[in-house]
Design a binder for this molecule. Structure first.
Ligand code: A2H
Length: 255
């Protein structure tokens, strides 16, 4: 990344129902009617129609931060950055009301803005989520992200091992959102299969897949779903981002 600034879209995924373990941990720490949101940072707002779940690092620590009458779940590092970007009411302050681990919140049901899954999606574990970038929350779009595709496949295959319900992965029929000349309309699936990626730990191949998916999607992709169907991805990206921000469902986040 070096000297460049990464302009993310921070999405607000409202909690509909906490997992049992999160509920226990948070008892008495949040008002009962609190509006709480998981905040994934994404570079691909135009893909939000295809969200199927949302990932946290199971062994990472997350803070719950108060912003007036709302609460955000993200890494402490990200909250600190947000405090210097005008996200919190008092510049430089990011009041933390609780701490949870990723493992605690797995199974929580959240709203996924724009997603076809109107009844919400589940918080799921992803071992490769880093605490050192974004918000340490990653929304899952298996049609266009090779990481998300292979992690979902792995979670669905080993649901018992991960102590999740297979249905939570919502991996059965992936929604095609973007079409590209080289990879068709399910870019991530095509690349995972072409490069024979076997597991979320195939870091080198995933890096290659990510690079290819991103370039082809951004420069050659056309939207085949949503309000900007027919438009180039390059153009749709900012239109979807603006739509989410104007609706109060997202905000800009940079690092
Ligand atoms: B992207 P960059 Cl559809 N750990 O969003 C691991 N991955 C993280 C992360 C973290 N702490 N924070 C963000 N990310 C992911 C959508 C998407 C993304 C699609 C396709 C590719 C893609 C849906 N997931 O990213 O290293 C987030 O996933 C591939 C580049 O800061 C975020 O955008 O450039 C992207 O990585 C940010 O990666």
């Amino acid at each position: 990344e070096g000297v460049g600034v990464q302009e993310y879209t921070a999405l607000k995924m409202q909690v509909k129902e906490w997992s049992e373990s999160a509920q226990k941990k948070l008892d008495g720490k949040l008002p009962t009617d609190a509006k709480t949101y998981f905040i994934p940072a994404t570079l691909r707002p135009e893909t939000m129609y295809g969200q199927t779940s949302c990932f946290v690092g199971p062994s990472l620590e997350y803070g719950i931060f108060q912003i007036n009458s709302e609460y955000f779940v993200c890494s402490v590092r990200a909250a600190r950055n947000m405090a210097f970007q005008g996200t919190f009411p008092k510049w430089g302050e990011f009041p933390q009301v609780a701490t949870v681990t990723g493992k605690d919140v797995v199974g929580t049901l959240v709203d996924a803005p724009l997603s076809i899954h109107k009844d919400g999606v589940r918080i799921l574990p992803m071992e490769t989520v880093k605490d050192t970038k974004g918000t340490a929350v990653v929304t899952c779009v298996p049609s266009d992200s090779p990481d998300d595709y292979i992690t979902s496949l792995d979670l669905a295959k080993k649901a018992e091992y991960y102590q999740i319900q297979k249905e939570w992965v919502r991996f059965d029929d992936i929604l095609p959102i973007i079409s590209t000349p080289q990879f068709g309309d399910l870019t991530a699936k095509k690349l995972v299969e072409d490069l024979k990626i076997q597991s979320p730990k195939d870091a080198k191949k995933l890096e290659e897949a990510k690079e290819k998916a991103y370039k082809e999607g951004f420069y050659k992709g056309t939207m085949i779903y949503g309000d900007f169907k027919g438009k180039k991805v390059e153009e749709a990206k900012n239109l979807v981002r603006k739509q989410l921000i104007d609706a109060g469902l997202a905000f800009p986040y940079a690092e």
